[in-house]
Ligand binder design. Sequence first.
Ligand SMILES: [Zn+2]
Length: 135
Amino acid sequence: MVTSGRNLTAAEMNQEAGRECLTCGKILRGRSDKKFCDDYCRNVYNNQLKAVTHHLVRNVNHALGKNRRILDELAGAGSHVTRVSREKLLEKGFLFKYITHLYTTRKGATFFCCYDLRYLPLEHDWYLVVRSGEE
Ligand SMILES: [Zn+2]
């Protein structure tokens, strides 16, 4: 068994851990809370984060827009309540994981909403599609 002569100081432990710039990976010197070697590396890192967020938001917005178009088309014009199968929705590219909000009626039925359109799961993979304010 090997026993060390003394405990390491915090600074020495940091050095041992090899703190690296989050962008370029260079070993950092100086203050222990430093994350980047310079402003350039900090900017590159922050811009990459923003780009990822922007990409994610754009994809979700796109999916919601598409879901809305599909429901809009299926709901038809006027105040008709439409029944549609899950298969039909999937065929059109509907993505069930994206909704804008939930709406619960006084009778306790919870609709999944996509902007101004709503749908309610029925039995056997059928859905009721309704325009907002018309149920
Ligand atoms: Zn760097």
